[in-house]
Design a protein around this ligand. Structure first.
Ligand SMILES: [Zn+2]
Length: 103
């Protein structure tokens, strides 16, 4: 019997959900810190250009409740991403408009 990758619950046969999950992040170069962000800053500073970031995904079996909460989390992330894109677009438009006005 399989167990849930996220919560460890036993999954009865045929009831699990196969999902591609984000299993980690890696940076090409040195890895000194436990934080990916700090490693990225270090490697970017050393090379004087943005370090290459790799994301690792793999297909895992998870239980029904975890699949539901993962879907809800995905929706929240999409919403945040949408709002962030909107803010960036509005900012870009404001900058362009400001340039036109001052010209
Ligand atoms: Zn689970």
């Amino acid at each position: 019997m399989a167990s849930c990758y996220l919560c460890g619950a036993q999954i009865p046969k045929g009831q699990g959900v196969r999902k591609t999950l984000y299993t980690g992040m890696g940076i090409s170069g040195f890895s000194l810190f436990s934080s990916v962000l700090l490693d990225w800053i270090l490697n970017t500073a050393l090379r004087r250009r943005p370090a290459y970031v790799r994301s690792y995904y793999s297909v895992k079996m998870i239980c029904g409740p975890c699949a539901a909460s993962a879907a809800a989390a995905d929706k929240r992330k999409l919403l945040v991403l949408g709002v962030a894109l909107l803010v960036v677009t509005v900012l870009a438009l404001v900058i362009v408009a400001a340039n036109i006005v001052t010209r």
